[in-house]
Design a protein around this ligand. Structure first.
Ligand code: SF4
Length: 370
């Protein structure tokens, strides 16, 4: 247990630079971006940490008074034990400045989604889209087929990417007993850019790790019926990563530098959006990404979104601008989020009576019942 004494009362508290704090309405989130973990802490602990930037511990304890000694010692005990802070002297602390809030990326497009309803229709433009994504220095690709792909079709899709700068592929296909683990294993060994194959609508949920830490076959009972399945906000998608944290200070992490070609070949910010920028047989991705209107959604930060701007999870959370609580207000909270930062409680979003109008507007009733 930490105790203030003559050995440490001249010390300063230094928060490790990789530990980043987001203050919410009632509590804060301490994200350890190096370990990829996060922890909820009281807002009072954040104020305490802010005060410790400029004063040694002895002065801090005097400032808070004897009645708060125990609580301050418990804060320090927790922060030291879990290695969020270290104690140092006045001169050395200057050598550990906090991380600058900045975000840069070499990718004109970092992530792309290509949706497939009919492999034969998509194959008319697929190779050309991949060539354009390569020009845009796209890093990661998600291919989502709502129907079953054969192994020959999958092999063609992933082979096209081989000599491009796309580093990783996540591929969704409907479950088929013909896509056996042996067949998929061979595919993943031969095409090392394929990080995950997800078989949706499978008889049971299961994960098979093919190459440790590199590639996985994921079976899920959930069915990817359409792009309407997208946009769910859940703790399991939170990402306490430095790059995401920094990007979220300036951009929308769901849509910034992202592009999609929907199942009908239309170029969009996201396949779930109604607006499109023309068909990929008539327009290039390059010309679309130059358009100012294409960039607008990617620049909406969580600090500009109502409710989210008071949420402690806002810099690790995903977002969704395709389904929002008030369809007439692009700055309203994601519809499919059940978290309330005012009460710190989660509820099933689809059962909230205040969301029913938006659910009907987006025609999501069928999906929810399914
Ligand atoms: S309120 Fe906003 S920031 Fe918080 S969990 Fe929901 S979508 Fe994410």
């Amino acid at each position: 247990m930490f105790q203030i004494n003559e050995n440490n009362n001249s010390k300063y508290v230094c928060l490790f630079a990789s530990c980043l704090i987001t203050k919410g309405k009632n509590r804060a989130l301490l994200s350890d971006t190096q370990r990829g973990t996060f922890e909820l802490i009281p807002n009072d602990m954040v104020t305490f940490l802010e005060n410790t930037k400029h004063l040694p511990l002895g002065s801090i304890f005097t400032m808070y008074g004897a009645s708060n000694k125990e609580i301050l010692e418990s804060y320090l005990d927790f922060l030291l034990r879990d290695e969020y802070i270290f104690l140092t002297d006045e001169v050395t602390k200057e050598q550990f400045p906090p991380l600058k809030k900045q975000w840069k990326s070499p990718h004109i497009i970092s992530n792309a989604i290509i949706d497939i309803a009919s492999y034969h229709e998509t194959s008319n433009y697929y190779s050309d889209v991949i060539r354009q994504l390569d020009t845009l220095r796209c890093q990661a690709l998600q291919i989502r087929s709502y129907t079953v792909l054969t192994i020959d079709e999958i092999t063609h899709l992933v082979s096209t990417i081989t000599n491009t700068c796309i580093e990783s592929i996540e591929l969704y296909t409907s479950y088929s007993e013909h896509l056996t683990p042996q067949i998929l294993n061979t595919l993943l060994y031969e095409h090392t850019k394929v990080a995950t194959v997800i078989l949706h609508g499978a008889p049971q949920t299961n994960d098979l790790e093919v190459v440790k830490g590199l590639s996985t076959i994921h079976y899920t009972e959930e069915t990817l019926a359409s792009e309407q399945c997208c946009g769910i906000i859940s703790k399991k998608y939170f990402n306490p990563n430095k790059d995401v944290f920094m990007e979220s200070q300036f951009h929308n992490t769901c849509l910034n530098r992202k592009i999609a070609v929907d199942k009908n070949g239309f170029i969009k910010n996201c396949p779930s959006m109604r607006n499109h920028y023309g068909h990929c047989s008539k327009h290039t991705l390059e010309e679309v990404v130059q358009q100012e209107k294409f960039k607008v959604l990617g620049n909406i930060t969580k600090d500009q979104i109502s409710v989210c701007n008071t949420c402690e999870f806002r810099h690790v959370c995903t977002d969704c601008r395709a389904y929002v609580e008030d369809p007439s207000d692009i700055y309203s909270k994601p519809l499919k989020c059940g978290y309330n930062p005012a009460t710190n409680t989660w509820e099933e979003w689809s059962e909230n009576p205040l969301k029913q109008k938006a659910i009907a507007h987006y025609d999501l009733n069928q999906l929810i019942k399914a």
